[in-house]
Design a protein around this ligand. Structure first.
Ligand SMILES: Cc1cc2nc3c(=O)[nH]c(=O)nc-3n(C[C@H](O)[C@H](O)[C@H](O)COP(=O)(O)OP(=O)(O)OC[C@H]3O[C@@H](n4cnc5c(N)ncnc54)[C@H](O)[C@@H]3O)c2cc1C
Length: 477
């Protein structure tokens, strides 16, 4: 990896202490949650937003690759500095202030999603996008990946809550896309171009986010079904009745069995390993009363069994199945291809049939769970790294999965983005003209290819790279 010694010396002269070229500092910034590691030449931990302009100006002059890092929770390798160079760590830029009258948050990019939600709640407001990593991940990372979470079906994803962004173009110019107003029609909408651009079209330093009123009440119901197709069909019946659950989480049989092994409890006694749907309604007490009645009538008619939570403790009990399933999957294999695909609702049953067939033909466990109100399913292809036949079967299965999802009108990623991990499949989703248009935008904004090079467009099979054997704070226990 190139050392960029003279450029790093100049950077230290300009920014001093915020530049860390120690071995330990560089190592800590060399990987993200994909756990593949590429050592950068230095890490910059800015104290003020203007530092980032200085970094980019020098990076352009000396052609140093720059990778910006929120907290490194991405599973896609998108924050791994694959070409070395400099990493900008947004850790210290984490101020949050709430405009309680306007229902907006002003947040610096390094603020965590969990802190933003708590600050909003104090003022009676709610910020709905809630990646499961929210206690660690940053709003900058959420914007760069267009992160989602369980609330997506009712409320939307990060994109739906962005009012304005500010930050630096790859060439170092400071820009503000929009202002703190709910309407803005002045010029091209380059704000939306930044959302989901994975740190390749600029660096976000701050955002204005929209809030919605905090729901006064929540109501939780766990339901079970004969098989996956029955669960998916039943969910559609509910949506057709115009019920909009805040959360509608599906777990297939294999996921439920994983959770049951982890908790040592059967979710519904006498019905081990039945697929389930966990529903949560949110709203005012009055609104909920009416919808609860409708959902209970649906449950009586369309489910095998159901349980309503009557207390906070029971809510936690019902949630255990969802919280425990992911970690427990590692009993089925020491490697996981975790694919956050999206399937259009009209093709849910076709997808269920395809998945059953994929499990049979690959002979691999593929526990699948996800958000039914927006079709974003997490398909987890489990295998053992040391077993060549299983590794080959997993590679084949992921290719087949991506081709099928696109042929059903879906998407290869609903919330994680492309990074390195999804590069082999980008061209299944996008026609050559589309990829060319994206590359033209990249070139127009970043003519020297400074910002997060090596991502998105090249083909990298990251499962072939050696993985660090480390435990991260957000790894499942
Ligand atoms: C246990 C676990 C659960 C997860 N659950 C979910 C989930 O439910 N939903 C979901 O959507 N994702 C989920 N994720 C994925 C991940 O947490 C999200 O993609 C998150 O948005 C990444 O945020 P981060 O701050 O860690 O960014 P990083 O991982 O540091 O970076 C991700 C990308 O964003 C870019 N980036 C970061 N900050 C900036 C910035 N300020 N300006 C420009 N680019 C920037 C990076 O260069 C990189 O390309 C999960 C991950 C884990 C480990």
């Amino acid at each position: 990896m190139q050392a960029y010694t003279s450029a790093t010396r100049k950077l230290k002269r300009r920014l001093g202490q915020v530049v860390d070229a120690s071995r330990a500092g560089r190592w800590a910034a060399s990987f993200d949650s994909s756990k593949i590691s590429f050592l950068p030449a230095a890490v910059i931990i800015p104290r003020q937003e203007a530092d980032i302009g200085v970094v980019l100006e020098l990076a352009n002059r000396h052609r140093v690759p720059v990778t910006v890092r929120g907290r490194g929770t991405t599973l896609m390798g998108s924050a791994a500095p694959v070409n070395g160079g400099w990493v900008i760590d947004m850790l210290r830029l984490n101020k949050i202030s709430i405009d309680a009258d306007a229902g907006m948050v002003h947040a610096q990019a390094g603020a965590t999603t969990g802190d933003i939600q708590r600050a909003a709640a104090v003022e009676g407001w709610f910020y709905p996008p809630d990646p499961s990593s929210k206690e660690y991940c940053t709003i900058g990372g959420n914007i760069a990946c267009n992160a989602g979470g369980m609330h997506g079906g009712k409320y939307g994803v990060t994109r739906d809550f962005i009012i304005a962004l500010r930050g630096f173009l790859p060439t170092g110019g400071f820009v503000e896309w929009g202002t703190a107003t709910k309407k803005f029609a002045a010029g091209f909408n380059l704000r939306d171009l930044w959302i989901g651009s994975e740190g390749m079209l600029g660096i976000v330093t701050g955002a204005v986010l929209k809030l919605v009123p905090q729901p006064a009440a929540r109501w939780t119901l766990l339901t079970s079904f004969n098989d996956e197709a029955a669960a998916l069909t039943a969910a559609k019946v509910l949506f057709r009745a115009r019920v909009q659950p805040a959360i509608c989480e599906f777990l297939d049989r294999e996921s439920v069995l994983c959770a049951e092994r982890a908790t040592g409890k059967t979710v519904f006694p006498g019905q081990s390993g039945r697929p389930v749907i966990l529903l949560e309604l949110a709203g005012s007490k009055g609104e909920l009363k009416e919808v609860e009645r409708e959902v209970l009538a649906w449950a009586k008619q369309h489910t095998l069994a159901f349980k309503v939570a009557r207390s906070r403790a029971q809510v936690e009990e019902l949630w255990a199945v969802r919280r425990k399933c992911s970690g427990a999957m590692f009993e089925l294999g020491d490697a996981k291809l975790n694919e956050d695909i999206v399937v259009p609702m009209r093709n849910y049953e076709k997808f269920a049939r395809f998945l059953a067939q994929l499990k049979r033909s690959s002979k691999l466990p593929i526990p699948t769970f996800g958000h039914l109100a927006d079709g974003n399913l997490h398909v987890n292809i489990m295998y053992h790294r040391a077993n060549r036949a299983e590794t080959k079967a997993a590679e084949h299965a992921v290719q087949k999965l991506m081709e099928t999802v696109v042929s059903l009108g879906g998407a290869i990623s609903g919330e994680h983005g492309i990074g390195l991990a999804k590069t082999p499949f980008l061209r299944i989703q996008h026609r050559p003209a589309q990829v060319k248009a994206m590359q033209a935008v990249k070139h127009a904004l970043d003519p020297r290819g400074i910002c997060n090079p090596g991502k998105m467009f090249g083909v990298v099979r990251i499962w072939k790279y050696p993985k660090l054997q480390i435990k991260l704070p957000w790894d499942h226990k």
